[in-house]
Design a binder for this molecule. Structure first.
Ligand code: PXP
Length: 249
């Protein structure tokens, strides 16, 4: 039986940096957002240092490492540059994500199955440095089992397809995507992997994912930063927390 423990909320602050970078100055400050998120009950902070530095900067990562009192989940592509940065900072967790320069956001999960050997070697030093290694994957058994074989401790299931189907009113497709997430959460848990989920989650879509008993952590960013415009960051996070807790029952 899967663990029914408290579901953690990781708040992704990338898009606070997106707004800052739109003007090239120092505000709004992602570190201030992270501190507020902590106060509002975030169990962790997630930040993605992209190769093109379009939102989070190297200095943001340094600041987060220096000031956070909750764990940092450092999202990164599987490149030598990012590996060196992760090894220098040794964050609590690293989440390996696919990255393409032309994409607007992380569009799919990592292709683990075709790159098992390279990725196994890539994550080994991160694990040795004490980071929890998470792999961002689609709800696809080939990818989940490959993530297990390469030695990851965690998988994060990509919820984007489920959320997109909901937003487009394609409810049969949405339910089919949710069924895949359910099945892969159970499959990963049975393999001994810790299961996280995220991407595109909103107040309307979070509950069925939060209700999956094997899921231990959700990472949510874009919607919360957008909602903060209307109600403030702390109330936006508190409402997400409430929906997650209600769904957990
Ligand atoms: N998890 C991972 C691995 C991601 O890459 C992202 C987006 O950066 C998120 C969660 C959060 O997605 P969103 O910003 O759509 O909530």
């Amino acid at each position: 039986m899967a663990d029914q423990g408290k579901l953690r909320l990781g708040v992704n602050i990338d898009h606070v940096a997106t707004v800052r970078n739109a003007r090239g100055g120092a505000v709004p400050d992602p570190l201030r957002a992270a501190a507020l998120a902590e106060e509002a009950g975030a169990d962790g902070i997630t930040a993605h240092l992209r190769e093109d530095r379009r939102h989070i900067s190297d200095a943001d990562i340094e600041g987060l490492m220096a000031h956070l009192t909750v764990p940092l989940n450092f999202e990164m592509a599987a490149t030598e540059e990012m590996q060196a940065i992760a090894l220098r900072h040794q964050p609590h967790a690293v989440c390996i994500v696919p990255e393409r320069r032309e994409e607007r956001t992380t569009e799919g999960g990592l292709e683990v199955a075709r790159e098992e050997n390279r990725l196994a070697h890539f994550i080994a030093p991160l694990r040795e440095a004490g980071c929890r290694v998470s792999i961002f994957v689609a709800a696809d058994e080939r990818q989940v089992t490959a993530a297990h074989r390469i030695g990851a401790q965690v998988i994060e299931l990509h919820t984007g397809a489920y959320c997109d189907a909901h937003a487009d009113g394609r409810f049969e497709a949405r339910d089919a995507e949710l069924a895949k997430l359910r099945e892969m959460a159970a499959c990963a848990h049975a393999l001994g992997l810790e299961v996280h989920a995220g991407h595109g989650l909103t107040y309307d879509t979070v509950a069925p994912v939060a209700a999956l008993p094997e899921v231990r952590e959700l990472n949510i960013g874009h919607f919360l930063v957008g909602e903060a415009i209307f109600r403030g960051l702390a109330p936006a996070i508190l409402e997400m927390r409430r929906i997650m807790d209600d769904a957990r029952g």
